[in-house]
Design a protein around this ligand. Sequence first.
Ligand code: CUA
Length: 343
Amino acid sequence: MSHSAVRRLPSWAPVLLLVVALVLTGCAPDQYPQTTLLPRADYAREADDILRKTLLWATIVFVLVEGALLVAIWKFRDRPGAAEPVQTHGNTTLEIVWTIIPAFILAMIAVPTVRTIFKTAQKPGPDALQVEVIGHQWWWEFRYPQLGITTAGELRVPSGRTVSLEMTTADVLHSFWLPQFAGKRDVFPGRYNNLWFKAEVEGNFPAQCVEFCGVQHGRMAYRIVSLKPEEFDAWAANFNTPPKDFSADSTAAQLVKDGQGLFLTKGCVGCHSMYPALPLIGPNLHHVGSRSHIAAGTLPNTDENLAKWIQHPQAWKPGVLMPDLGLTDPEAQALVAYLRANQ
Ligand code: CUA
């Protein structure tokens, strides 16, 4: 591009380019932003309260210190013929004051911080909904021992009820984060960490792994789906049914029957369970059609994306454990039909 061409660009061109780039890269804003600054659960409010208190004190300190600095710069600036200002060495009163004030401010921050650390470290009672969270390269598994459910990619919770998470990893370090509901916790092999929260609202919220865990760390997202209690109960009851056997169903479409056959013969069944409570090394696929995203938040869960994903997982997430099986287009469509039908 010549110099004159650059000069002719209107001033808003970079903004337009940025917007186009964001749209093209699929960086569309989520309905709910992935932020800790909008607390929607009791735990998140505790953390937000500490942040606001600390920010208030930091703002007061900033204004006073910078203000004093500006006054000193102005008042004692060099002027022609001005005498040297009074030089002070050692002032006991001043030193006591500037020790007491910071000590007071630190205490005002430390007391609520320590109180919150102890409060959030407590374990909720037995009435809480128990969920085991297991990190995998590169997806999250969620097991509900009280409900006999194993699922992946979507942490479904009822609003208004405390959820108690017990978290670990099947392989390397990951970090689990509930942006608007609770904090972050690293997960370690052979160890269990805890986190709890009580969702105040319903919705489908984005979240992602926040500890580098390999080449696809950036595509290890998940959703937190908060439902009304009756909707959650209905989901759990509906989920807790064994997979249908379409080969024995005279009303099932041939495509679905073909898909079921391919699921068994192409090796999918070696890693992916269709039984609601059975964990295998890959994500449990019982009711996968009801999830909003697939491939750990990488793609919206449409028929087209599901077919693309199972045909070419290595193209979407290089290094992922799922191999390219060389599925033809009709085979991929049959598998999609089978996965969709089973819910
Ligand atoms: Cu898992 Cu980063």
